[in-house]
Structure formats: C-alpha cells, structure tokens
Design a protein around this ligand. Structure first.
Ligand SMILES: *Cc1c(COP(=O)(O)O)cnc(C)c1O
Length: 216
C-alpha cells in the first residue's frame, strides 16, 4: 500500500511515522508528502536528526523508545511527546529536569499489558499503585497511554491488549482531573496490527516498516 492509501485509511492525524534507523532523505520524502509527526527510539539519533531537519519548522518529533534515567536531561523540552515513560522513577527524573529547565513535558504512560519481560512498561497493578504520585508531578502533563503488545501475525491476537489499554484509560479518566491530565491519547498499533488498533480506538499508530520499508 502507498503512503496516501494508508493515510486515507487511518486518518492523517493518527499516523506517527517511525523513522528510527531511516536516513534523512526518506524522512524529507515523507514530509514532502504531507507527514508531520515522526517518532524516534534512540536519543542521540533523534537529536541529530532534529538538528539536520531544523529547516522543517512544523515537523513534530516524538520519542518512543525506552529511555534511561541518565538521558532525561537531554530530552525534556525537545520532543512534543514522550511515549515511553515506563516507571515512577523515570517520571520523577523527567519532572526534576523539567523544573530545572523551566519547561513542561507532555508524556504518555507506557503499559506492559502482556507482562513480557522483554518489553518495558508499567504493569497494571504497579501503575494503579503509583497513579496518585504520577499525577502530582507538577511539570509533566499526561496525555494518555502507550502499549507495545507481543508480536502478532494477524493483528487479531493483540486486539485484547488494545481493548485493555482503552479500558484502563477510561477507568483512570474517571478519577483524574482532565484539565490537568487529558488522558485522551492512545498510542497503540504498529505496521503489523494498526488496523485492529484503529478499530479499538487508537489515536496514534506508530508505523515504521509499512511507510519506510525495512530498516537498515
Ligand atoms: C520500531 C517501533 C515501531 C514501528 O514498528 P514497525 O513494525 O516498523 O511499524 C513502533 N513502536 C515502537 C515502540 C518501535 O520501537
């Protein structure tokens, strides 16, 4: 499928183009076709690319990869949205860095719903246990949730995880001040399962391979 077909199918505003390990000219190529939101995994690579593409003033960069606490100081204020906040300690560190840089950072809470050891993210019970601490961090705004389910052949086998993320969002939204933390965003679905993710209420699908081809 072409980019324009996927765009028509998913909705332009719901596509995050995952450009990790893709060259600058391919990012420009997609930008020239109208794409504005790009997601990167690795801090140094992301900051380098941001710099090389700073002439594209309306491009929006997201950080989606696992973030080590010692890199928090390099990322606050640099990304429109950080999808991969996966522990209370990381959130606290980001909050402190925001304080010293006098910025507010929009984040998503990454949830590991399948309990896979290989994936980062809060497990649900741990998230519930520290939710009140998370929402009190004054320099972070929680826009919503992100999940990375197990690899799937058909997309259908991960539908329950997408549903569960949406239910978690609805549950927490009931008791959380939406003026302070909107909780509206659901970042879920990749090249292999984005159609199912959209059906289950994704507001952002993270698409790499289907847009760019295989990574180097
Ligand atoms: C690489 C990556 C993607 C994109 O995966 P594709 O299968 O290439 O679409 C999405 N989300 C995260 C967190 C990733 O690391």
């Amino acid at each position: 499928m072409s980019f324009q077909d996927i765009r028509a199918e998913v909705g332009a505003d719901k596509i995050l183009a995952v450009s990790k390990l893709q060259p600058i000219d391919k990012i420009r190529g997609l930008y020239n076709q109208g794409q504005r939101k790009f997601g990167e995994n690795y801090v140094q690579e992301a900051l380098d690319k941001k710099d090389q593409l700073k002439d594209l003033t309306d491009i929006e960069w997201h950080l989606i990869g696992h973030l080590q606490k010692n890199k928090a100081k390099y990322v606050v204020g640099q990304f429109a949205l950080i999808h991969s906040v996966d522990s209370l300690e990381l959130a606290q560190t980001l909050n402190r860095q925001c304080e010293s840089k006098k910025v507010t950072q929009r984040i998503l809470i990454q949830v590991n719903l399948a309990g896979e050891d290989s994936k980062s993210g809060f497990d649900k019970s741990a998230l519930m246990a520290c939710w009140n601490e998370l929402i009190e961090l004054p320099h972070l705004t929680i826009d919503g949730f992100m999940t990375m389910p197990p690899l799937s052949e058909t997309g259908e086998d991960v539908r329950p995880y997408f549903k569960e993320l949406r239910e978690l969002q609805q549950h927490l939204a009931k008791t959380t001040d939406s003026a302070r933390h909107p909780l509206k965003m659901l970042s879920m679905g990749t090249s292999s399962d984005y159609k199912v993710a959209i059906q289950e209420g994704a507001t952002l699908v993270r698409l790499g391979t289907v847009l760019f081809g295989a990574r180097n």
